[in-house]
Design a protein around this ligand. Structure first.
Ligand SMILES: Cc1cc2nc3c(=O)[nH]c(=O)nc-3n(C[C@H](O)[C@H](O)[C@H](O)COP(=O)(O)O)c2cc1C
Length: 401
């Protein structure tokens, strides 16, 4: 998404400006073209040379350092920006931006930029909470700028509070989301995708449950890739890995919770992906108190959980329904059976007995089954790449219908 995008990164004079070096590196790694502008005070914290080396571009610091007679540099830079990131954004720069002040290279260029702006405030908690800063941030939002909420944690001042600059990867995610939101040409634009991920937990008592080895990684990769393709994504998750940015996240625990949430969003969904490992059975009794160790044997009676995929297949209208089959043997037989029995439009089958595929691994190897189409085998690659292939094939099939 950031490939070849021209990002202008403004670094202002906050203690977090050292993190802007890593941010620049991550933008470059994502394929962006990065031009850096620094205030005089930012240069007291970090050298422009560092940013020049990392961005592979000269760093802008002075409005009147006009090196190219053909252009006015701050206007040229503003006009050639696809995305603006101000990180860290000082209280001072936020105030200047909110009031149209243009008295140095950074504030002057910022006033001339029409491309979307992501502002990353970072400051002492009291500076952040001051009504002047809060009102300036609201004003900037009303101008259409996006504010990334600061993290709460240990501040440079030596105490806890809100105001920390989020880690660079979160800024990259937020920048990516901003570009996605505004790109009308993406293939899943205005499409709603709901995804179930993770292994459900079926309670036995308040501290014990039945679950499985699913990490939720495949579902999370699908959520991230669907978001990158422009979809509005709802992720119904029984996993505790870090939430992807820019998706509506719903945490669930049991199969029944998951079913309830999936059905709530099913009606309006365009694509539905059941990438969760739903427990087939749950304990018939759920003790409200911790079960005590008393007798030598403890009998646990299990009852069947609802089949979420089959239930949605039965009520299918326009939704494109994708299910997963995690098998240890006879992959094709079970996958084809599932495709028909559950009225799915696609079954993604993987052999979970293989070491680098399936549960918990970062990679996967799958075969895609669709009615009346030849199976498509996808060789071992990262779960993000597999997710991209799955969605690409689904979009192709939807478009051909
Ligand atoms: C050690 C030190 C750390 C500072 N950290 C911050 C900060 O994190 N956030 C902030 O808004 N201001 C911070 N300031 C104050 C700004 O540097 C000051 O308001 C300055 O005028 C901002 O200039 P600029 O916005 O042009 O970069 C800090 C100042 C010093 C001396």
């Amino acid at each position: 998404m950031l490939h070849n995008k021209r990002i202008t990164l403004f670094i202002t004079g906050g203690i977090a400006s050292y993190k802007a070096a890593e941010l620049t590196r991550q933008f470059i790694k994502a394929g962006a073209v990065v031009r850096v502008v620094m205030t005089d005070n930012a240069q007291k914290f970090i050298s422009p040379l560092t940013l020049q080396v990392l961005s592979k571009n000269k760093v802008y610091t002075d409005t009147f350092d006009e090196q190219d007679a053909e252009v006015v540099s701050h206007i040229h830079l503003a006009d050639s920006t696809d995305l603006t990131v101000i990180a860290p954004a000082t209280a001072n720069m936020i105030a200047k931006m909110a009031n149209g002040i243009a008295d140095d290279m950074s504030s002057t260029t910022l006033l001339a930029i029409t491309a979307p702006k992501l502002i990353v405030p970072a400051m002492n908690v009291n500076m952040l909470e001051h009504p002047a800063t809060q009102s300036n941030l609201k004003k900037l939002q009303s101008y259409g700028d996006t504010i990334l909420d600061p993290d709460t944690g240990f501040l440079a001042e030596g105490y806890e509070g809100k105001g920390r600059m989020p880690d660079p990867y979160k800024i990259v995610e937020a920048a990516t989301s901003l570009l996605i939101e505004r790109d009308e040409s993406l293939p899943l634009k205005n499409k709603k995708v709901i995804i179930a991920a993770g292994g459900t937990k079926e309670r036995i008592d308040p501290v014990r449950y039945i679950t499985n080895d699913s990490s939720g990684k495949m579902g999370y990769s699908l959520a991230t890739v669907a978001r990158n393709l422009g979809a509005q994504v709802t992720l119904v998750s029984a996993s505790s890995i870090e939430q992807p940015f820019g998706v509506t996240f719903i945490a669930v625990e049991s199969a029944r919770d998951m079913q309830e949430q999936m059905l709530k969003h099913y009606e309006t969904a365009d694509i539905v992906i059941m990438a969760a490992a739903v427990s087939d059975y749950r304990s018939k009794e759920q003790s409200t108190q911790k079960i005590k160790k008393s007798s030598d044997d403890l009998e646990l009676v299990l009852e069947k959980n609802p089949d979420i995929l089959a239930g949605m297949g039965k009520d299918k209208k326009r939704q494109f329904l994708i299910g997963f089959a995690a098998e240890t043997n006879d992959l094709e037989k079970y996958a084809m059976d599932k495709l028909v029995r559950k009225k799915a439009d696609m079954i993604v089958a993987n052999d979970v007995s293989k070491q680098d595929a399936g549960f918990n691994a970062d990679t996967n190897e799958v075969i895609i089954f669709q009615p009346d189409r030849e199976p498509i085998a996808i060789d071992l690659k990262s779960k993000d790449e597999i997710a991209f292939d799955i969605l690409k094939i689904a979009i192709k099939t939807i478009n051909e219908k």
